[in-house]
Design a protein around this ligand. Structure first.
Ligand code: HMG
Ligand code: MG
Length: 306
């Protein structure tokens, strides 16, 4: 394996407040979400996916989107993003002045239907005016591409499907795409193929990795992506998360674990691991569970014993 390509600095997009909390059954008050975001930005995260402007019937946990956006004390140098599946969501989001919006499509037809109630082609028709309006307002547009290696309904997904989706995203003006392993079934070579398929349409600087850790493969998948030159990843504090429409899928790879990996390899993130662990402990205490991060647990135990 060639490690000559490794970036010297990596940007992490913290998706815990959105991808992480959207899957929680118990209501998490807006004040707790806001406090979590404040702790994350204090720990040095500069990109935070705050919430989503989706139907509250589909994802009740995100119904307080505007309240959370309004409650954040914005920190200079931090960018705040939100998910917008259609114009209705975008118009609501616009009032909250996000720095970036995310349209989210899928490489699998079945997942597109289950998650956003339309086909891949219909999703593009919905996203196109959102992308146009966002760019006209000077808001950066990211696209999330779900099920790029496997789908809970269709099984394995061929790289050609990923390339097709990436091409559609490019065609409607999406500026950056995230290659998502929604259900965490990917292993490094499959993830590599999904990224290569994406690179047919996007520059490496406009591609990020979004790996759920259901099968414990997310760090390995992060490593192979790094080796390909990918330097942007979505991660979730305390390993929170999952998608309500991808049953059985667990959270994203824990931010703490990725920071430990990167710092251990001499790659800068600008993140203070100890403060990040405290943020993870804060939300885990609220949810009455231990952080789902091996690095956080090891370092918390070390603190107790020192
Ligand atoms: P729909 O039912 O087809 O929408 O849902 P519709 O346009 O037919 O409208 C039906 C009702 O929804 C109407 O209300 C609309 O007002 C309302 P009613 O008249 O019945 O009272 N509605 C909305 N309300 C608030 N905000 C909106 C909105 N749009 C319509 N934006 C829709 C289509 C996309 C809205 C729905 O399917 C939905 O909300 N899906 C969201 C699913 C979701 O949030 N999934 C999780 C995020 S994606 C993810 O986690 C994957 C990712 O992490 C990457 C990875 O890991 O793969 C990004
Ligand atoms: Mg996700």
């Amino acid at each position: 394996m060639n490690f000559n390509n490794l970036p010297s600095r990596v940007k992490l997009v913290e998706v815990g407040p959105r991808d992480g909390l959207q899957n929680e059954k118990q209501p998490v008050p807006a004040a707790v979400k806001i406090e979590l975001i404040h702790r994350l930005q204090a720990a040095g995260l500069t990109e935070i996916e705050v919430t989503s402007f989706v139907s509250p019937k589909w994802v009740p946990q995100m119904a307080d989107n505007a309240q959370v956006m309004a409650g954040i004390q914005r920190k200079a140098g931090v960018r705040y993003s939100v998910l917008t599946p259609n114009l209705q969501g975008f118009e609501a989001a616009l009032k909250c002045q996000p720095d970036e919006i995310v349209v989210f499509g899928a490489a699998s037809e079945a997942f597109s239907q289950k998650n956003i109630n339309c086909s891949i082609a219909e999703s593009m028709a919905r996203f196109a005016p959102v992308v146009q309006a966002a760019r006209a307002a000077g808001i950066y547009v990211r696209g999330a591409m779900s099920c790029t290696v496997g789908c809970p309904y269709e099984g394995d997904i061929a790289p050609e499907r990923v390339s097709y989706l990436a091409g559609l995203m490019k065609g409607i003006g999406v500026q950056h795409v995230g290659v998502a392993d929604t259900i965490g079934v990917g292993t490094p070579l499959k993830v590599q193929r999904a990224i290569e398929a994406t690179l047919k349409h996007y520059d490496i600087n406009d591609v990020s990795g979004h790996f759920h850790d259901t099968y414990g493969q997310a760090l390995a998948n992060t490593l192979i992506s790094l080796q390909m030159g990918v330097w942007q990843f979505d991660t979730s504090v305390a390993g929170l998360g999952g998608c309500p429409y991808a049953k059985g899928a667990t959270g994203n790879v824990a931010t703490e674990d990725v920071v430990y990996l990167l710092h251990g390899m001499g790659i800068e993130t600008g993140i203070d691991l100890n403060q990040l662990i405290d943020a993870g402990q804060f939300i885990s205490d609220f949810l009455e569970r231990k952080p789902n991060s091996r690095a956080a647990m090891a370092l918390l135990n070390k603190r107790l014993n020192s």
